[in-house]
Design a protein around this ligand. Structure first.
Ligand SMILES: [Zn+2]
Length: 121
C-alpha cells in the first residue's frame, strides 16, 4: 500500500523535491536522517525535520532517536523511540561498555524509518 502525502504544511517543497522524496521513499523500511535529506534535497535542516515529523504524524514512518557516544562519533551506539525523551543516566554504552554519567559524552540525531512506500503529490 502506498501512502500519498499531499501538500499542506509541506508547501515549501518544489515539484522536483517531491519527485526526489517519492523516489527516496519508494519502498518500505527506507531510512532518512534530517541532515541527509537536507543535503539531498538542498533544503534547510529545519525543513527536512518538518518533512520527517509530518510523515511520523501521519503514521507512515517511525522516528528513532539515535544515540552517539564519544567513543565512536560516527556510529550510533543505540536507538530509542523518538518522543520518549533522552536515555536515563547513568547509561552504559553498548559499544565500549563504559558508564556514561554526563550528557556531554553523548550526542543525538534523528532517523525516520518508513513503514510503507510513500508518494509525495
Ligand atoms: Zn562508548
Amino acid at each position: 500500500m502506498t501512502s500519498f502525502i499531499h501538500k499542506g504544511h509541506l508547501d515549501f517543497l518544489s515539484d522536483n523535491q517531491k519527485t526526489e522524496l517519492s523516489k527516496h521513499f519508494m519502498t518500505a523500511s527506507t531510512t532518512a536522517m534530517p541532515h541527509q535529506l537536507a543535503a539531498q534535497l538542498g533544503i534547510e535542516y529545519s525543513h527536512a525535520l518538518a518533512v520527517l515529523a509530518d510523515l511520523e504524524a501521519q503514521g507512515v514512518c517511525e522516528m528513532k532517536l539515535l544515540i552517539y557516544h564519544n567513543c565512536e562519533p560516527d556510529l550510533p551506539v543505540g536507538a530509542i523511540p523518538y518522543g520518549t525523551g533522552f536515555p536515563d543516566l547513568p547509561w552504559t554504552c553498548p559499544h565500549c561498555e563504559s558508564i556514561v554519567e554526563n550528557y556531554d559524552e553523548l550526542s543525538f540525531d534523528l532517523m525516520a524509518i518508513s513503514k510503507q512506500p510513500i508518494e509525495f503529490a
